[in-house]
Design a protein around this ligand. Structure first.
Ligand code: THU
Length: 130
């Protein structure tokens, strides 16, 4: 799977965005170690704090279907249909991703490719509680 294609899938996923409050559509395309893609979008709520980001939607879909190893995630976000600017992942999504991915998870954005460790160099994890 080419990362450019994964980004195109993220833009496609944003079509399903339920974002009537912010007007900001986000899509994510999560690539599993097996080569399966799970798409997700942001899902907002009138009780704003219950909003679920696109990345977490994709992760929860994948994990609930038995996939827990991921190699890459593409993220695309836009308020006006122009997805050329990068949509950086929020801290909550990085933490959720880190539960299932190593530092080397590839994060594909409109301005290039990153690793999870670029955004979250240190993190709270299972070992933090030992
Ligand atoms: N959003 C995401 O879906 N992913 C992120 O990483 C950052 C923000 C969504 C949440 C909300 O629906 C909208 O973008 C504006 O914050």
């Amino acid at each position: 799977m080419e990362h450019r294609e994964l980004l195109a899938q993220a833009v496609k996923a944003a079509e399903m965005s339920y974002s009537k409050y912010s007007g900001f559509s986000v899509g994510a395309a999560l690539l599993t170690a097996e080569g399966v893609i799970f798409k997700g979008c942001n899902i907002e709520n009138a009780s704003f704090s219950l909003t679920n980001c696109a990345e977490r939607t994709a992760v929860f879909k994948a994990v609930s279907e038995g996939y827990t190893k991921f190699s890459a995630i593409a993220i695309a976000g836009s308020g006006d249909g122009d997805f050329s600017k990068p949509c950086y992942p929020c801290g909550a999504c990085l933490q959720v991703l880190s539960e299932f991915c190593g530092d080397d998870l590839v994060i594909v954005l409109a301005d290039g490719e990153y690793r999870l460790s670029d955004f979250l160099p240190k993190r709270f994890c299972e070992d933090s509680m030992k």
